[in-house]
Write a protein that binds this ligand. Structure first.
Ligand SMILES: [Zn+2]
Length: 121
């Protein structure tokens, strides 16, 4: 079964990769993400930036990235992802034990999104 035209156009922007992590998206189950967040009022649901709700601002994202990004500006989200290892080392016994036994090796890398690595935008 084919996607509708609008979803197909969004999908085509990355040839079916998640805009952020780069995973291959299935035909179903991916989200059309507002690259620049529309940020909805928690009570009324009204968008603070309704002008951002247009196809040019929609990118394909896996459900996990879309939910994790939520309505954050990109640079805030990048900082949060970059901080996950610090949190794991502080809070997760399982992570610390797994690391001690060599199951996890940390690398100091910058958080780069798939679209940046692929020269899009
Ligand atoms: Zn993703």
């Amino acid at each position: 079964m084919a996607m509708n035209k609008k979803r197909q156009a969004i999908w085509d922007k990355s040839n079916g990769h998640c805009w952020y992590c780069g995973c291959q998206l299935g035909e179903k189950g991916w989200h059309a993400d507002h690259f620049e967040p529309v940020v909805r009022n928690l009570v009324t649901g009204k968008p603070h930036f309704p002008e951002r709700d247009n196809e040019g601002n929609l990118v394909p994202a896996c459900a996990s990235c879309n939910i994790n990004k939520h309505s954050m500006p990109l640079e805030s989200w990048r900082k949060i992802i970059a901080g996950y290892v610090v949190s794991l080392n502080r809070d997760s016994t399982q992570y610390k034990v797994a690391k001690r036994y060599g199951l996890i090796q940390e690398k100091e890398v910058e958080v780069k999104f798939w679209y940046e690595l692929n020269g899009l935008y």
